[in-house]
Design a protein around this ligand. Structure first.
Ligand SMILES: *Cc1c(COP(=O)(O)O)cnc(C)c1O
Length: 383
């Protein structure tokens, strides 16, 4: 039976426990498994290689992304590290011009040391992507909407161009989750998540997930997952499965709140710039509508000059100043010194990550309370 996403969130992956009938997947808190004789294991050997709780989560993310294979890692960056390990010395990647700071850091300060290089390209510009696809390029790495400026890349169009030149397409789908966007169905080869964010959803677990369709890529990734060892433990795998069950109801509220707050911000006269692909005025609006089932719940904005953004952060009472995003509680961060500090100042400025930029992860509290908190924090920050 082919299930819609709201049913898959509850019943996808491994549904419960076949041995006992427990409705939840048990936490197999074990490092190793008894073998009945030489070469006679029962499908499990050692928990780095495979663990039934992790396997249930891995099947779940594959189902949700409409892929064939899933993998779970200790963090989003452990997932990214493993995916980047598909490449070898001399290979080059094309990367969206605003990406998660940690992704930039691992490219610039880890993989570059092995001569796996990158070029930053505005992937919302299809012509620029095609122009950059020289021989040494092996993949295009996209975030859409991208962190922190929420620029939208047409995944299907980039996949067409990239595949014409035999390049892989990797999409970091953290900001939307498979509830709102399924990049594999748009032509992407590899989907990556920081499960720490919306998928986990409660700011209580750090994890990373990958989904793919191609068996050859999947086999190599499973090999690398075991060889590198950055796997997610059974307890955290269980927490992820638990969080994912409510993804649909959470995302509906996240998106409704974000839409309301983005429109309010735009009309309020407080902001000189509001970035949110759900706003009709946003340059990414049409592509976002075409390729996703909602605009997500990340908003970035710049306050007008007459407000002191440093005071604004201090004045907030309900909304918390913290790194991370995608939890039930609303969080704000300052990309220039927090999430994107690893990106050199000149590159930050060039792509628009100005010091005044505020990133807002809209939670599932009452939208009116959030607007009231923003209002008092902004009003009290007037210079
Ligand atoms: C947080 C984040 C990551 C890194 O994930 P961790 O779980 O923190 O390692 C990667 N990409 C995006 C878009 C993120 O927001």
């Amino acid at each position: 039976m082919s299930l819609k996403i709201n049913s898959l969130l509850i019943h996808g992956g491994t549904d419960g426990d076949v041995t006992t009938g427990a409705v939840n997947v048990p936490i197999y808190q074990t490092s190793t498994f008894k073998q009945d004789g030489l070469g006679e294991d029962r499908g499990w050997e050692y928990s780095r290689t495979g663990n039934p709780t992790r396997a249930a989560l891995e099947k779940l993310i594959a189902d949700l992304e409409q892929g064939q294979y899933g993998l779970a890692f200790a963090s989003g960056l452990a997932a990214i590290n493993t995916v980047l390990s598909l490449f070898k010395t001399g290979d080059k990647l094309i990367v969206s011009d605003n990406i998660y700071g940690g992704t930039f850091r691992i490219l610039d300060n880890v993989f570059k040391n092995f001569d796996i290089t990158y070029e930053i390209v505005n992937t919302t510009d299809l012509g620029a992507v095609e122009k950059a696809l020289e021989d040494s390029v092996k993949a295009v790495y996209i975030e859409s909407p991208a962190n922190p400026l929420l620029s939208v890349t047409d995944i299907e169009a980039v996949a067409k161009v990239a595949h014409k030149h035999d390049k892989l397409v990797i999409v970091d789908n953290t900001f939307l989750t498979p509830y709102l966007q399924r990049p594999l169905t748009l032509g992407a080869d590899i989907v990556i998540h920081s499960g720490t964010k919306y998928l986990g959803g409660h700011s209580d677990v750090v994890s990373g997930l990958v989904a793919v369709n191609d068996k050859k890529i999947a086999d190599r990734l499973y090999y690398l997952q075991n060889a590198i060892g950055g796997i997610l433990g059974p307890w955290d795998s269980y927490l992820m499965i638990r969080g994912i069950k409510t993804l649909g109801v959470r995302m509906d509220r996240h998106v409704a709140n974000a839409g309301k707050i983005a429109e309010w911000l735009e009309k309020s006269g407080y902001a000189s710039k509001v970035y949110y692909p759900g706003l009709k005025s946003d340059p990414g609006y049409e592509v976002q509508k075409k390729q996703a089932d909602g605009a997500g719940a990340m908003i970035s904005f710049v306050l007008k000059e007459k407000y002191d953004y440093r005071k604004f952060y201090k004045n907030l009472k309900l909304i918390t100043l913290a790194e991370s995003l995608g939890g039930v509680e609303s969080l704000v961060c300052h990309p220039a010194t927090m999430t994107h500090a690893a990106i050199p100042a000149d590159i930050r400025k060039k792509v628009g990550i100005v010091d005044e930029l505020i990133r807002f992860s809209v939670g599932i509290e009452d939208a009116d309370d959030l607007i009231a908190d923003l209002t008092q924090a902004i009003e009290n920050s007037a210079r």
